[in-house]
Write a protein that binds this ligand. Structure first.
Ligand code: SF4
Ligand code: SF4
Length: 307
């Protein structure tokens, strides 16, 4: 598909809004899009212990649209779920991607460190393939809480010894730069924004867990529309009540993510605005413990709790 400079600039304008960049970055972002579109920034996407929810989330991207993202910008050399090829042909694509020196490796899902045969691609364990793919890559981008911290597959008493990618690669002494984008699922803007920044060579400051500060720098609680209610302690006591949802178990005060600013589904809504608590899906501790109620009710105020 031929793309004009004008299209690059138009989409770059959309991305600048997404990334919160200054308009002066327009030309650079357009150039990054051109690099992606011409296949000079190949993306290899591997899935370990995952539900594919983060891939589905990527397909909900607004700017660029899913069609633009897949057909114009991401040189997706390999993706287990989206690939049309299967069997030997798919493995050929994978090996081709591994020859690309500027490849960006995106990983979705946890690593079954204690049971490698739990996740196989052909005759090779996901663990070995991950090592081969990460070594020599330009960067590793861990998408979703499973890839970042183990997530649901890494919950207490899991049988596969599931861990996050960073922890696994650190144990194997892989030095490739890594970025972690937790969330269950990850927000499409966090993936697209990170890939664009990597391709354009822009700075992407991260915290000690490798999370880009542009997306995870603040507590979503601080920008919540109910923050004023929290301060004066006007709390909802039952689902559907008006007021701050803290007493129902909202984890906004301890969750670093920009959901309350960015919104989901094109900014239309997000968990708290929709009447649900923030369950802290972007936290490292998400789903790590057996008794992990999403909602909490104060004793004597309701008949029970659900998870
Ligand atoms: S609803 Fe949650 S995020 Fe919003 S102010 Fe209350 S505790 Fe904070
Ligand atoms: S508001 Fe909380 S639970 Fe909802 S997507 Fe954001 S971090 Fe996850």
């Amino acid at each position: 598909m031929s793309i004009t400079r004008r299209t690059f600039l138009k989409d770059a304008g959309l991305l600048i809004g997404l990334l919160g960049l200054q308009p002066v970055a327009l030309a650079e972002v357009a150039e990054a899009l051109e690099l992606l579109a011409t296949g000079r920034a190949p993306v290899l996407w591997l899935q370990g212990q995952a539900c594919s929810g983060c891939s589905v989330s990527l397909l909900n991207s607004e700017s660029p649209s899913p069609a633009d993202l897949l057909t114009r910008y991401l040189s997706l050399y390999f993706h287990q779920t989206l690939a049309a090829a299967t069997g030997v042909a798919a493995q050929g694509c994978l090996e081709q991607a591994l020859k690309e020196e500027r490849r960006i490796l995106v990983v979705e899902g946890a690593v079954p460190a204690g049971m490698p045969h739990a996740c196989m691609l052909g005759e090779e364990s996901f663990n070995d393939l991950l090592l081969r793919s990460a070594r020599g890559a330009q960067a590793v981008v861990n998408v979703g809480s499973c890839a970042c911290f183990g997530g649901i597959p890494g919950g207490e008493e899991n049988q596969t010894g599931a861990v996050g990618v960073s922890s696994f690669l650190k144990g194997k002494k892989v030095q490739t730069p890594q970025f972690s984008l937790p969330g269950c699922p990850v927000h499409p803007a966090w993936i697209v924004g990170t890939l664009m920044q990597l391709v354009r060579g822009g700075s992407l400051p991260t915290d000690e867990l490798g999370r880009p500060r542009a997306f995870y720098g603040g507590l979503l609680h601080d920008q919540c529309p109910f923050f004023a209610k929290y301060q004066v302690q006007e709390f909802a006591r039952h689902p559907g009540d008006k007021g701050c949802l803290f007493k129902l178990g909202c984890q906004g005060p301890i969750t670093h993510a920009d959901c309350s600013l960015r919104g989901w589904n094109g900014g239309v809504n997000w968990c708290v605005r929709a009447g649900g608590v923030c369950v802290g899906c972007a936290r490292p501790e998400f789903a790590q413990h057996k008794n992990y109620p999403f909602y909490r009710f104060n004793e004597g105020e309701t008949e029970g709790s659900s998870s």
